[in-house]
Ligand binder design. Structure first.
Ligand code: ZN
Length: 296
């Protein structure tokens, strides 16, 4: 795929019309990614459905807390880089006042799309005024990390692992929402990014990237109990409290750091396009999985 000649969006075959399952129980909105056949790979369709779901949960005064999870074996294999529903060249109504991306030449196409769909959406979701919990089992890879990181709390099962392999695979310094060096101490963030290896939930918890690690069969009930407690607490108090910590992160330069690294990320996409004729260095979902398997 070259970003110079966008294929027609009619090539896309969605396997579902509803990639996010939404339900409310006991004041808690459960947002479940529902592309289990593709390990919940995040395409544009899912991104916008997720944005709709978060908006719905925010608008509903009966919802006091939000859980984000994934149906099936894995939380998320990351951004969609190879399913029949990959929709890089489909135009959705922008939510964040960016121009259309599909008609833009060369590097401007991906830059415009990722400003909205990755960096912009993640920031929007991180700042929603209700507490959020990521419920993570199995794989949480690359784009999957962004979805977990925007949540206020992360609860993982003991079979969960976290990985950002985009430097080894594509020569790109991490996924678009560069929270790595905020979620992990700098030297561990370097190891995580440079080697791109899996980090177990237990190890992630040692660095504070994960709040709790529980047995796989206790995951849902653990998250449900935490979310129900949050949902019963004072709405404004919960909002102010999460804002307080988010604000401290901003004072530590999180937003400015992410803006800077986002541009390095796009320099690397452009370099891949120039050198390899493909912004992600010809990597597909299949080839990434094969490399991962080799790496153990
Ligand atoms: Zn990117």
């Amino acid at each position: 795929m070259s970003s110079l000649v966008p294929p027609k969006s009619t090539d896309i075959q969605y396997e579902t019309d509803a990639p996010i399952e939404y339900r409310v129980e006991d004041g808690v909105a459960w947002l479940m990614m529902d592309r289990p056949a593709f390990n919940n790979a995040q395409n544009g369709q899912m991104t916008y459905a997720l944005d709709d779901a978060f908006q719905r949960a925010v608008n509903d005064d009966g919802v006091g807390a939000i859980v984000l999870g994934g149906n099936g074996k894995h939380f998320s294999a990351g951004h969609d880089i190879g399913t029949p529903g990959r929709d890089l060249h489909h135009e959705f109504d922008k939510r964040l006042m960016f121009a259309p991306h599909t008609n833009k030449p060369a590097a401007e196409l991906l830059y415009t799309r990722e400003q909205e769909q990755y960096l912009g959406m993640c920031r929007r979701w991180r700042d929603i005024p209700k507490p959020t919990i990521a419920m993570v089992q199995g794989a949480c890879i690359a784009g999957g990390l962004m979805l977990a990181w925007v949540c206020d709390l992360i609860v993982a099962s003991d079979d969960a692992f976290f990985q950002d392999p985009v430097n080894p695979l594509m020569g790109i310094p991490g996924v678009e929402y560069f929270a790595h060096a905020y979620e992990l101490p700098p030297r561990i963030a370097k190891e995580f990014l440079l080697l791109g290896e899996r980090m177990s939930a237990e190890r992630a918890a040692q660095f504070g990237m994960v709040n709790r690690v529980v047995a796989r069969d206790a995951l849902r009930e653990t998250v449900a109990a935490m979310a129900a407690k949050l949902a019963k607490q004072d709405r404004l108090g919960n909002w102010l409290t999460k804002q307080a910590v988010n604000h401290v992160e901003e004072l530590r330069g999180k937003r400015a750091a992410m803006d800077a690294v986002f541009h390095m990320h796009h320099f690397a996409h452009a370099q891949n396009d120039l050198v390899k004729g493909d912004s992600i260095a010809g990597v597909s979902g299949k080839s990434a999985a094969a490399e991962n398997k080799k790496a153990g």
